[in-house]
Design a binder for this molecule. Structure first.
Ligand SMILES: [Fe+2]
Length: 488
């Protein structure tokens, strides 16, 4: 098994206790695919590091794990010219914090047949849908009812992991999941349920599914929703009343299929874009309120809620165009702005507004305002070049449009800002942001220096980090993660 254990002292020096079960494989040759190079370049080792160095002071009340998932193909990618950023084996990175200290860092491939074969292990147990056993979920990782899950959209079965991030196995919610799941289920604190909007390519070409998962990790509700063209529905919003369907302008694409892209989705001018409101208490798709919108693409809502007038308000990151000229990644055709839809369920009219026209992605909010009217959104600045994928961390007051930022310096940028509320927090911004920082010089070259994990004060994000954790390992640009407190 390819596992490297590194023990790091408080002064940050690597000790002689470094142990290798097996030599690391050689560095890979250049691929000319930006999603396999520089700060996206996959790492080739699994690392366990204990007692990591920290500058500043980690808040004493934080006890749990920061987790993050992203694509990290194992071995050589067969055809780098057709390799989409969203494809490849998943790798989860985790940092365990307690008593103001970092007890460990671990990174582990999410086990699937391909990874197990490469590592000389037995394939992971558990069922899959449509014989999808090759690649582990690579998009998100989080905690639910005391368990840990890696997730992906499109058809891959969720994978349950141990606290220490070892794969337990594929888990189709104990046999109750009919097909695909999502990387972005939404948690409703009032019910304890997860809600997801799912598509399954190529198995379910004519409909998507609304899925509700209960606290005991079983699916309690499936609503089949006829939708043409198989849009890439990456996420969902829920309010107290509705589940929201983002039927946008990116669909399965004949052009991408012909080009042999391994995630074959593209911009579709012939697909009428719309938003659907499905009442959460509905058992069929018949009563969905479909509302026309201007052509656009989106992955991520910031938050959504029912307002006092019965409208549905959704703040989200909106793309004018996506996967048109650039079929390998989302930022080649336009950059996402921070926008708002206010949807009147009675008239079906959608009022579209721009909140801020800078590049905003990976939006997060204080989880305590989920499904409620929020004031602040936290996003990662995205830039036109993959070489500088992330920039500042933005905090947007959506009531005023005022944006404040945390700058990381030249060649440095912050990934998805994960909000952790203070235990006794009163104000909406009373909490911390966990942000993985990429450094083009440190993490983009061939050196093996590690990434940094910053903890920012969400009430004053322009200030110096409250704490900075030095990771012993590079973390390729990935997608999503969460803070999973031990008491949840
Ligand atoms: Fe996402």
């Amino acid at each position: 098994m390819l596992t490297v254990s590194i023990f790091v002292s408080h002064d940050g020096s690597m000790s002689d206790e470094t142990q290798r079960d097996e030599p690391a494989p050689p560095e890979r040759p250049s691929t000319n695919n930006p999603y396999l190079e520089g700060i996206c370049r996959p790492v080739t080792e699994e690392v366990t590091a204990l007692d990591l160095p920290v500058s500043g002071q980690i808040p004493a009340e934080l006890e749990g794990r920061w987790l993050r998932n992203g694509p990290n193909p194992i071995g050589q990618v067969e055809d780098p010219g057709r390799h989409h950023w969203f494809s490849g084996d998943g790798m989860v990175h985790g940092v365990r914090i307690r008593d103001g200290k970092v007890e460990w860092y671990r990174n582990r491939w999410v086990r699937a047949d391909n990874v197990a074969s490469a590592l000389g292990e037995q394939p992971p147990p558990g069922p899959s849908f449509g014989d999808r056993t090759q690649h582990g979920p690579n998009t998100n990782v989080g905690g639910f009812a005391g368990t840990t899950w890696a997730m992906v959209e499109g058809g891959g079965t969720p994978v349950e992991m141990t606290y220490e991030l070892d794969t337990i196995g594929r888990n189709d919610f104990n046999g109750s999941l009919p097909a695909a799941f999502s990387a972005h289920p939404k948690f409703d604190p009032a019910t304890g349920q997860l809600h997801a909007m799912t598509y399954c390519w190529p198995d379910l070409m004519d409909h998507i599914q609304y899925i509700v998962v209960e606290q005991d990790a079983t699916v309690s509700k499936v609503v089949d929703i006829p939708v043409p063209d198989m849009p890439m529905i990456h996420d969902i919003s829920i309010t107290d009343t509705y589940a929201v369907i983002f039927d946008h302008s990116v669909t399965i694409s004949g052009r991408a299929l012909e080009a042999g892209i391994n995630v074959p989705f593209g911009w579709n001018d012939d697909h009428p874009p719309r938003v659907g409101l499905l009442r959460r208490d509905a058992d069929t798709a018949h009563a969905i309120i479909w509302c026309d919108i201007n052509p656009c693409a989106l992955f991520h809502p910031l938050n959504a809620y029912d307002d006092a007038d019965g409208n549905v308000v959704i703040d989200f990151c909106r793309y004018d165009r996506m996967f048109d000229q650039d079929l390998l990644g989302p930022f080649g055709d336009s950059l996402p702005t921070l926008d708002r839809w206010t949807i009147n369920p009675t008239t079906g009219r959608v009022n579209e507004e721009r909140i801020d026209d800078r590049g905003h992605e990976f939006p997060r909010h204080n989880p305590r305002v989920g499904l409620r009217q929020h004031r602040y959104g936290y996003t990662s600045e995205v830039t036109p070049s993959i070489a500088g994928l992330h920039g500042a961390t933005f905090k947007t007051d959506v009531t005023t449009g005022v944006v404040t930022s945390h700058e990381y310096g030249p060649g440095r940028g912050g990934a998805e800002p994960v909000f952790v509320p203070k235990v006794d927090g009163q104000a909406e911004d009373d909490g911390w942001l966990f942000v993985l920082v990429h450094d083009l010089e440190r993490n983009g070259g061939r050196d093996r220096r590690g990434a940094e994990l910053c903890i920012l004060d969400a009430a004053d994000i322009a200030a110096a980090p409250v704490a900075t954790i030095q990771l012993p390992h590079r973390v390729p640009v990935g997608f999503h993660g969460n803070w999973v407190a031990d008491n949840t």
